[in-house]
Unconditional design. Structure first.
Lengths: 114, 114
């Protein structure tokens, strides 16, 4: 089956510092899945942050970016300079296309220190 | 942006009783999904639904579960009878088309089975 691994359950970063949240994936059902980062801000519902559907390409949104690396089966989320408003839980996910069943990682809670 | 609503936000029910979770999807969306997240675990796909039919379901979608969207109203998840292991947060999602690559999620219904 498909799986998504986020190794860090919680990450704390000082404001204006850089961020990387690791994500690796495994899939047996499709060679090139669609890859996503979703975010849940405090008190809000899950929302799409960015998506990449083509291996080798980079997606970006709100200063965050992630590159679809099929060699290392990774899709790490990065930001050069975080803000306090980035505090949230971030979920890496993959979709098979078609009916788009989404497989989620466990989530990484990001806390920004002022 | 588009909003998915879920009613109620929290439901407490005795084991063996029936429960219906309601989802009000984005108005022009045609594809509907339910996901389940047990406390401390990953969000997992349950089922997707299109044109009055279940398209795909996971092993978590037990025989006691059913979904429907009568006459374009709420998209519902019914559990009858409930079991202790059904305690979780249930998230509804909708998308505009197959492979649309963006599912819009509701805030979740927390179900507690006593």
């Amino acid at each position: 089956g498909d799986s998504v691994t986020q190794t860090e359950g919680q990450v704390t970063v000082s404001e204006s510092k850089s961020l990387i949240i690791n994500c690796t994936y495994s899939t047996t059902s499709i060679a090139y899945p669609n890859l996503f980062w979703y975010v849940r801000y405090p008190g809000e519902g899950l929302q799409l942050l960015l998506k990449v559907i083509t291996a080798g390409q980079k997606g970006s949104s709100r200063g965050f970016e992630a590159t679809y690396n099929k060699e290392t089966t990774s899709f790490h989320l990065q930001k050069a300079s975080v803000q306090e408003s980035d505090s949230a839980v971030y979920y890496c996910a993959l979709g098979e296309g078609g009916n788009e069943k989404i497989t989620f990682g466990a989530g990484t809670k990001l806390t920004i220190k002022p | 942006g588009p909003k998915v609503l879920q009613i109620p936000s929290h439901q407490i029910i005795d084991m063996g009783q029936m429960v219906t979770l309601n989802c009000d999807p984005v108005s022009n969306h045609l594809y509907f999904y339910w996901y389940k997240q047990i406390l401390g675990q990953q969000m997992e796909f349950l089922v997707n639904f299109y044109n009055g039919k279940v398209m795909e379901k996971s092993k978590l979608f037990k025989d006691q579960f059913s979904v429907e969207r009568p006459d374009g109203s709420y998209f519902t998840l019914k559990i009858q009878p409930t079991a202790l292991e059904d305690s979780a947060v249930y998230f509804c999602a909708s998308s505009s088309s197959q492979g649309a690559m963006e599912q819009y999620f509701g805030p979740g219904t927390r179900l507690t089975v006593l």
